[in-house]
Design a binder for this molecule. Structure first.
Ligand code: NDP
Ligand code: MG
Length: 391
């Protein structure tokens, strides 16, 4: 059997490490072409050595010497910086994992699609900021995108052998995040540490805080629209505290196909890694008799105002997704830095959307990498300007 050649963008992160865990368990099936990381040079170098990668890239040019030193006499090539990331996407591979966090993941993913490479997409920000560009690039180059976000992997699996024309609605679930059961009036005081602990999933800090604010689900609603080409009014969000049902697809005959599994990203990653086959995966087997109950409820708009913003973004279209994501990323930075409170994030992102929606600089609305970068930049500036006005 020929080995599947894989590259992992964001190898040092939560998704990247879960991907590496699966690859290390099946060394005879995979060959690692390249690994990329950011600041975590030790982990990047250790994994590149252990997996015999051809290339290791840090996104930060200032860390190149550190990476070179860590890879000394390993035979692994070292590189650094945004151009090196893009170059890594052109190294011949069969499968590329897109697991950089934030809009920084967009350009390498696009480059991978331009090579016709299968892209396992964890980086939802790519679809939120540039969905049409990503999908068109994949179509033009005959490249396949496999969703890795658990809800989207679940939908994808529920749709195997089905016709999209028979789909009436898609339901994605949300745990409700760290503050699901907090009194509303306490949310304004929520600390970064409190927002960084998820009830069910073990993930990177940024997506964990986005789960508490529901920005993550807002991004995922847009991701659903872009990836499955379904109208916004056919997408529903349900709060499901157990995080065992990841998504449901409703068909025109009334059937609902649910995807049920443990909250372990190695399922969705492993599904994409082995697609179109199903391989044995080291995830827990659910004992539903022991689980006993599954609960569902409609999300409370007062608790989760970010969900309404997703509707506004989808109605607006064009570069609104890039503005939304850029504003969200900047507001999250400011929350993590202790500059603003938890509730301020949604208020500031709403302000940025309103402000930039009417600006002429983004008039042509065409979704190109340059325009996404411009919208992203304006959105971040709009967040900072609102904070400066408050001070
Ligand atoms: P982490 O923060 O754990 O990891 C992010 C990765 O990206 C790290 O390798 C980091 O490097 C690297 N990185 C950070 N900034 C940059 C940059 N500017 N340029 C290049 N690389 C960078 O994130 P997660 O693994 O949690 O999430 C990754 C993506 O997957 C996100 O888009 C997230 O929304 C999505 N996702 C994650 C899930 C999860 O369970 N974690 C579930 C579903 C989707 P370093 O750490 O070395 O600095
Ligand atoms: Mg998800």
């Amino acid at each position: 059997m020929t080995k599947r050649r894989v590259t992992i963008f964001g190898a040092t992160g939560s998704i990247g490490q879960s991907t590496i865990d699966l690859i290390k368990r099946a060394p005879d099936r995979f060959e690692v072409v390249a690994l990329t990381g950011g600041q975590n040079i030790d982990r990047l170098a250790a994994d590149a050595r252990a997996l015999g990668a051809g290339l290791a890239v840090t996104a930060d040019p200032a860390r190149l010497d550190d990476l070179r030193a860590a890879l000394h006499e390993s035979g692994v090539e070292a590189a650094a910086g945004p151009a090196a990331l893009i170059e890594a996407a052109t190294r011949p591979a069969d499968w590329i994992m897109s697991a950089i966090v934030g809009v920084a993941g967009l350009a390498p993913g696009l480059k991978a699609l331009e090579q016709g490479t299968t892209l396992a997409l964890a980086n939802k920000e790519s679809l939120v900021t540039a969905g049409p560009l990503l999908m068109q690039t994949a179509a033009r180059h005959g490249a396949r995108i496999l969703p890795v976000d658990s809800e989207h992997s679940a939908i994808f699996q529920a749709l195997v052998g089905e016709d999209m024309a028979a789909v009436e609605r898609i339901v994605i679930t949300a745990s409700g995040g760290a503050f699901r059961d907090w009194p509303l009036e306490r949310l304004a005081q929520a600390s970064v540490a409190e927002a960084s602990s998820h009830p069910n999933w073990d993930m990177g800090q940024r997506i964990t805080i986005d789960s508490a604010s529901m920005f993550n689900k807002a991004l995922e609603v847009i991701e659903t629209k872009e990836f499955f080409a379904i109208a916004p009014e056919r997408i529903e969000v349900l709060v499901h505290p157990e995080s065992l049902v990841h998504a449901l697809v409703g068909f025109r005959d009334g059937a609902l196909m649910a995807h049920v599994g443990p909250p372990d990203m190695r399922h969705a990653i492993g599904y994409a890694l082995n697609w179109p086959e199903r391989a044995e995966l080291p995830v827990a087997r659910l004992d539903l008799a022991r689980v006993g109950q599954l609960n569902f409820r409609a999300p409370d708009p007062a608790r989760y105002p970010a969900l309404a913003l997703a509707q506004q973004v989808m109605a607006q279209g064009g570069l609104a997704g890039a503005v939304f994501n850029g504003a969200k990323e900047r507001a999250l930075d400011c929350f993590i830095a202790g500059q603003i409170g938890f509730n301020d994030m949604t208020a500031l992102v709403a302000g940025a959307l309103d402000q930039i929606g009417s600006q002429s600089g983004l008039d042509d609305g065409e979704i190109t990498l340059d325009n996404v970068a411009r919208a992203d930049h304006l959105a971040r500036k709009a967040i900072d300007a609102q904070i400066a006005r408050r001070a």
